[in-house]
Design a protein around this ligand. Structure first.
Ligand code: PEP
Ligand code: MN
Length: 301
């Protein structure tokens, strides 16, 4: 993908020296590749993470893990600690949920990504998870971000509900400065005046971030859309703009899900989505491998 560096961006982002690309880098050799078990995120492979919003039971998680692995996902998602908008909603299974996630990893070989909401939970979650997810509501929880600097696991940093790219990269810089360079950025939609979708997917954020930062960038079409019918087309858009992967909600019976059922795909829908992505991934492949992204720095506005 060809993206010209806007000279304004140098001033805006270069202060985040651990996560921003240097102005004089003219090739793609400076990308961060995050290693997770045998996987590389931000390298050549488009990595799909999928699973339920929340871990609800052993059978729900195992069935989902097997279905998403069979359809080509490489990482299992599932919240054991849930940041719910309402205090009356299901708050997650806690450590029992973490144990089920590691059981699912043993059964399927999928790596695990799960959310951490406070610095007190970092150690216990790091025992079970392969990737620590920072949710949209926690993007500016600096005590948490600093604690994640020392957790020994990669961090999936979701964009804050109303965060600019600059604010988001600042949070990534905090994690990196605290000792952890393995940060994956996740665009999950932002709050705008639009109400037809749950959030507004800022698709331009992907090529901008891939230009100004060396970190991997993935897209969460589920929380952006809020409805399952839009998830596959937003996933396709993510591939086309050069994202490094996706995180998608999938549930054995979305109508009965304890959280985010409206935006969760059934197993059949998930497989269909994965099949539909293939030709778009194929189109991206030559440009990813043969043509390094061109950065043009300086010049007129
Ligand atoms: C989630 O991944 O289920 C979640 C709560 O996401 P977000 O933080 O993007 O709302
Ligand atoms: Mn969710």
């Amino acid at each position: 993908m060809l993206v010209l560096m806007n000279p304004k961006w140098n001033g805006q982002f270069s202060c985040f020296d651990l996560v921003a690309r240097k102005a004089d880098r003219t090739n793609d050799h400076s990308r961060t590749i995050v290693q997770v078990l045998d996987l590389e995120i931000g390298g050549g492979e488009f990595v799909v993470m999928a699973g339920p919003c929340a871990v609800e039971s052993e059978s729900q998680l195992m069935q989902t893990a097997e279905a998403v692995a069979a359809a080509g996902a490489r990482i299992l998602r599932g919240g054991a600690y849930k940041p719910r908008s309402s205090p009356y909603s299901f708050q997650g299974m806690g450590v029992e949920g973490l144990k089920l996630l590691s059981k699912a990893r043993e059964a399927t070989g999928l790596a695990i990504v799960t959310e951490v909401m406070s610095e007190e939970e970092v150690d216990v979650i790091a025992e079970y998870a392969d990737i620590m997810q920072v949710g949209t509501r926690s993007m500016e929880n600096y005590a948490l971000l600093e604690a994640l600097g020392q957790c020994g696991r990669p961090v999936l940093l979701k964009r804050g509900l109303t965060a600019t790219l600059e604010e988001w990269l600042r949070s990534a810089q905090v994690i990196a400065m605290s000792g952890n360079p393995n940060v994956i950025l996740c665009e999950r939609g932002i709050r705008t005046f639009e109400t037809a979708t749950r959030n507004t997917l800022d698709i331009a954020a992907v090529p901008v971030l891939k230009t100004v930062s060396h970190l991997p960038v993935i897209v969460d079409p589920s929380h952006a859309a809020g409805v399952r019918s839009l998830v596959p087309v937003l996933a396709r858009a993510a591939v086309v703009v050069g994202a490094d992967g996706l995180i998608v909600e999938v549930h054995p019976n979305p109508d009965k899900a304890m959280s985010d059922g409206e935006q969760s795909l059934t197993f059949v829908e998930f497989r269909q989505m994965m099949d539909d992505l293939d030709p778009y991934l194929e189109l991206q492949r030559p440009s990813r491998q043969l043509r390094p992204q061109l950065l043009v720095v300086g010049g007129a506005d």
